[in-house]
Ligand binder design. Structure first.
Ligand code: PLP
Length: 391
């Protein structure tokens, strides 16, 4: 049995997007490496499937949000180094060692806990050091590294392989914080050296930053969004990225509404003409935002059709007045149809959020099918099941 609402994930598109980013970076003598970000279940696309496609495409390192996500990647067969962005709590440190993850050290406390755990195991753990250059989230504050970093950089249990930061305003070309964060990061990297650190790499750029300014590239970049084919805002449209996910459903009912009637909860927006609506079985439990009511659109046979009425838990209603539709007809919530396209960026714009949120909210109730045509050299025999490939 297959529910009518279904996500199709094109792993060839993920690989092609990876290559497009690599081509963009490739102009320099020593091109930066790509740390491919697969947190939040691979932005809703399926972490293991996407991770393995990226690994096959040549990603030298992947990144995820926490240790549990890293463990899932290892259990799914991912071999390349996996960077964990998130804060380390004391209790879950085991996974770092048992699953060969690369933790981020973002506080003196985390450094001590990690070092003690490494020393107990008579080993030295490779880690990346995070500097807070203005985001005020995780990381060592950039302005007192002399006090906080000295012990970390000389700790025999820790091998600080990289230093990184994260931008708060990469999408916003007007905001002065972006340039300020770059200056602070460069100063922080110099401090790390003067305090005895010798990291091999530095990295800073997410998708928006890497598109916006080559000076953010350093030795590696950390795109997430671009790999899924969703350009951040106005940037990146020239890269020819392919959206990796399409979200499709089918009409389950068609009915008429009289003038003055309303659809769904709340009884809002009475119709001012006889209206034909169709019910599509995908709602907020599937990750559709309630703000799409009256703002969002879907595609039916290449026509843009507005979402009317409220977004319910399990369904939406769309205005199909004048269209010849019947139950069973396909509805595209994200994707292409007949020259028309609705992508995560369009949805994000309609409801005032970022494409990341649109993608990673696609619910767990929605089955994902994977398509990967490109022959993968050196593939493992159980690839089909491991990838959940249903063609
Ligand atoms: C999520 C994340 C990224 C990737 O961001 P995109 O905007 O998807 O490219 C990079 N670095 C860190 C630290 C992140 O948390």
């Amino acid at each position: 049995m297959v529910r009518p609402t279904h996500a199709f994930i094109d792993l060839d598109a993920v690989a092609a997007n990876f290559r497009a980013v690599r081509a963009l970076l490739g102009g320099r003598a020593a091109a930066p490496e790509i740390i491919a970000v697969v947190k939040a279940n691979g932005y809703g696309h399926g972490a293991v499937q996407v991770a393995r496609a990226l690994e096959d495409a040549g990603a030298p390192m992947l990144a995820c949000a926490d240790i549990e996500e890293g463990v899932e990647l290892r259990r799914g067969g991912v071999q390349v180094p996996v960077l964990v962005f998130g804060a380390l709590s004391v209790s879950d440190l085991d996974g770092v060692f048992s699953h060969r993850l690369t933790p981020t050290v973002s506080s003196p406390f985390a450094a001590r806990a990690l070092s003690e755990a490494a020393t107990r195991r008579q080993t030295r753990i490779g880690c990346h050091l995070k500097i807070d250059t203005g985001m005020n989230r995780l990381g060592f504050r950039h302005d007192n590294l002399g006090e906080t970093l000295r012990d970390v950089l000389t700790d025999p249990g820790l091998a600080v392989d990289a230093v990184y930061t994260h931008f708060a305003t990469a999408e916003d070309t007007e905001h002065p914080l972006f340039a300020e964060q770059q200056r602070r990061f460069e100063a922080a990297v110099r401090s790390v050296s003067s305090l005895g650190g010798s990291p091999r790499t530095t990295h800073a750029a997410n998708s928006a930053a890497l598109l916006r300014d080559r000076a953010t590239w350093h030795d590696a970049v950390r795109p997430g969004l671009l790999l899924y084919g969703a350009p951040p805002g106005a940037l990146g449209h020239e890269l020819g990225l392919r959206p990796a996910m399409s979200l499709r459903s089918r009409i389950v009912a068609v009915k008429g509404m009289r003038v003055g009637e309303t659809a769904g909860y709340g009884g809002r927006r009475p119709v001012d003409r006889p209206t034909t609506i169709a019910v599509v079985p995908a709602g907020y439990a599937d990750g559709l935002d309630v703000r799409l009511a009256g703002r969002g659109e879907v595609l039916i046979r290449g026509r843009r059709v507005p979402i009317v009425g409220s977004v319910c838990m399990d369904s939406i209603t769309i205005d199909v007045t004048g269209l010849d539709v019947s139950p069973g007809d396909e509805v595209i919530l994200l994707g292409y149809d007949d020259g028309q396209r609705i992508d995560a960026g369009d949805v994000a714009e309609a409801i005032g959020t970022v494409p990341h949120e649109v993608l990673c909210r696609i619910g767990s109730r929605i089955e994902r099918s994977y398509r990967q045509e490109a022959a993968v050299p050196g593939d493992v025999p159980d690839a089909t099941t491991a990838r959940g490939g249903t063609g």
